[in-house]
Design a protein around this ligand. Sequence first.
Ligand SMILES: [Zn+2]
Ligand SMILES: [Zn+2]
Length: 279
Amino acid sequence: MKCNYHTHSTYCDGKEPMALFVRKATELQFDHLGFSSHAPIDFRNDFAIRENHIPTYIQEIEDLKLQFPSVQLFKALECDFIPGISKPFSYFKDKYYLDYIIGGVHLVGNNLMEELWFIDGSKREIYDSGLEKFFKGDIKKAVTAFWEQTFEMIEVEKFDIIAHLDKIKMHNQNRFFSEEESWYRDLVFHALSLIKKNNIIVEINSRGLYKGRCDSFYPSSFVIEKAVQMEIPFLISSDAHLSSELPLYYEEAVEELIKCGVKSLMGFHDGVWSAYDIC
Ligand SMILES: [Zn+2]
Ligand SMILES: [Zn+2]
């Protein structure tokens, strides 16, 4: 089995139409390909799908299924969790009969969009200026806010896969905190205990590596090892925004997982997630 359940396209901030991703997936002999546009968010932005485009998005996936029968396609959204701003994830899942939902935190903060700390994207200056502006440079406070928002998402929302679990490390680049620090590890391990309790799948996301923004997968090896001990399920995601990104670091992700003791990955079959052997 070769699967990728986290894929963007021109419906959101992806750079190519869905057909190109499907063509590439068939060339690479992927068995499953799931599309996961960034879900609509109620403020002006250029990264999310517009809600009035969702029916076309769904229809296009249905049409592609007929055109490319050798790869199984899925309809999903990557929902952002912002307390007081984002809609419940179940709103999209139920209204549009989606196969699954990926949940993730990209913007840290509450209620006011003028006060959201954007921890993703290509510009580390935005991370740095938000850290100064919203947290007066207090990295522990800022990182804790990210993890607390993640905890709340896991407890409040219903979703299948948690996106790039430790994305907060991306723009840190070993400048403000170390992942070795016990306060940081306590936050990560608490997230894992909530993930376990709520039966959520952790993705090994390679985007930070192939974009050269990070020197490890999301999440880091110590997190994977801990999750293995806790019997938390995994899958591999490219989080591709270009079709050429689909295969990047796939083999390395398999190697990393095996090294950390992972024996199986999760696949979506007949509407449910089940494990298959990693190799
Ligand atoms: Zn994301
Ligand atoms: Zn994504």
